[in-house]
Design a protein around this ligand. Structure first.
Ligand code: CU
Length: 133
């Protein structure tokens, strides 16, 4: 192997190493998805409690035989309604993105006994002095 090819090989190996090294922390920072199944039986919203990091989206998939809503509890108040799906028919899904940090209890308007909660935390990479708590 001549010197030129050797240098190219070293360059490529270093590049692969750098990309691999960077992709670990970047992978943690890239928003992911969280899925909740809507079911006919308990816990109805499965899982009923979900923790997200800021920037992640969340999707409900109605796998039950009836229509439901995914309704933030504060939608019954004058302010602060973060999400409301309307009637989600069997087989449909509903996605919420960019929820602010906080705790979001929600329910089904049609079946109020169906309850769940979403907790959105700060990204762990930030050194953050909370003013919201
Ligand atoms: Cu329902």
């Amino acid at each position: 192997m001549n010197a030129y090819l050797w240098k190219r090989l070293v360059f490529v190996m270093v590049l692969i190493g750098v990309v691999g090294f960077l992709s670990v922390p970047m992978g943690l920072a890239v928003p992911g998805n969280s899925e909740i199944l809507v079911l006919d039986r308990e816990p109805f919203y499965s899982p009923a409690s979900v923790n997200l990091q800021a920037g992640q989206s969340i999707q409900w998939q109605n796998q039950s035989s009836q229509s439901h809503t995914i309704t933030h509890d504060r939608c019954g108040e004058r302010y602060g309604c973060a999400f409301h799906s309307g009637h989600l028919h069997p087989g449909e899904d509903f996605t919420v993105r960019d929820l602010a940090t906080g705790t979001y209890p929600y329910h089904c308007n049609i079946h109020p006994f169906m309850r769940g909660v979403i907790v959105v935390d700060q990204k762990p990479t930030r050194n953050y002095h909370s003013t919201e708590l």
